[in-house]
Write a protein that binds this ligand. Structure first.
Ligand SMILES: Cc1cc2nc3c(=O)[nH]c(=O)nc-3n(C[C@H](O)[C@H](O)[C@H](O)COP(=O)(O)OP(=O)(O)OC[C@H]3O[C@@H](n4cnc5c(N)ncnc54)[C@H](O)[C@@H]3O)c2cc1C
Ligand code: FES
Length: 270
């Protein structure tokens, strides 16, 4: 059964429904930075149902590489779904060769996304190629009553996503490795907000390297702020059958693809 809010892979499986792998038309491929690409594909099911923090499996045409490459949804426009990815190995190299008019097999939306509520101020703390799901979070939050966002992005070099997230986020603070890191930006945000007499009653949504997210979770805990973290894990199937992606939580081992990728800091014991 397809509903307006089909939210997680687990919900789909419990309802006896998982959207099938299907070919999606490539609408546009753009280079955003050295080795970083944006890929827009046409898929009305994904566009309707994908929530921030959920991901899609992208399959390669090269049958010697059968495992899919998981990619977070970066934005949705009509029935177009945008992914932003870095070339790190052969699979992403092949994806970077796609051109408009090609087709790529996709499956999704998969996993459990961020829990986003009305009336909240969210800090989007992202590092490197962790920023795409946070762009989608900014886009989603823009249409939620009374909710708003501040993007806090750390890059290795070029600030390639600032202009994209600025379309949706009220404020963007960003930094590259030569200047500092995401924790420096969180400190700067807090002292600016305190100096301006603004509320520091916020929640953090974070995605990036696990070491960065552990530091973000610790910063949040020390400041009495709740955080949700989208974990990076090696994946096989992407929908709960191969058990490649398990991670320890306070409730035992959980599958990142099915129970996550988004977990609260409390669930992770971070
Ligand atoms: C939920 C989720 C969302 C992601 N979203 C993005 C995104 O928006 N943008 C982006 O650039 N990257 C994202 N990644 C990482 C991306 O999936 C990997 O960089 C990619 O799979 C690497 O494939 P490769 O063939 O180029 O590299 P290789 O290292 O050659 O891959 C070999 C195998 O390992 C798997 N693998 C390697 N690295 C990862 C990884 N970090 N996570 C999961 N599987 C991996 C591959 O799927 C493949 O099966 C995401 C990962 C996850 C788990
Ligand atoms: S990737 Fe197969 S169970 Fe999670």
């Amino acid at each position: 059964m397809i509903t307006e809010t089909t939210p997680t892979t687990r919900d789909c499986v419990s309802k006896g429904f998982l959207p099938t792998r299907r070919p999606a038309l490539v609408l546009e491929k753009k280079q955003l930075d050295d080795g970083v690409f944006s890929l827009a594909v046409q898929d009305s099911y994904m566009a309707t149902h994908a929530r921030a923090g959920q991901f899609a499996n992208l399959y390669l045409r090269d049958l010697s590489r059968m495992l899919p490459r998981p990619m977070g949804v970066a934005s949705v426009h009509g029935d177009a779904v945008q992914f932003i990815f870095a070339v790190v190995g052969e699979g992403t190299q092949q994806l970077s060769g796609l051109q408009s008019g090609d087709h790529v097999d996709i499956l999704g939306p998969l996993g459990k996304g961020f829990d986003i509520r009305e009336g909240k101020h969210y800090l989007l703390a992202g590092g490197g190629l962790g920023v795409p799901p946070l762009i989608r979070a900014a886009q989603e939050i823009q249409s939620i009553a009374g909710a708003h966002t501040t993007a806090i992005f750390g890059y290795r070099r070029n600030h390639f996503a600032d202009s994209i997230v600025a379309e949706y986020s009220e404020r963007t603070l960003s930094i590259d490795e030569s200047e500092g890191n995401v924790i420096d930006l969180l400190d700067r945000w807090e002292s600016d907000a305190t100096a301006a007499g603004e509320s520091t009653d916020v929640e953090i949504l974070s995605c990036g390297p696990n070491a960065m997210m552990k530091a973000v979770a610790q910063w949040a805990r020390e400041h009495g702020i709740a955080s949700q973290l989208s974990l990076e894990a090696r994946m096989g199937c992407g929908y709960g059958t191969c058990v490649v992606c398990v991670t320890p939580t306070v409730d035992g081992l959980k599958k990142v693809c099915l129970d996550g990728p988004v977990f609260t800091a409390q669930q992770l014991g971070w």
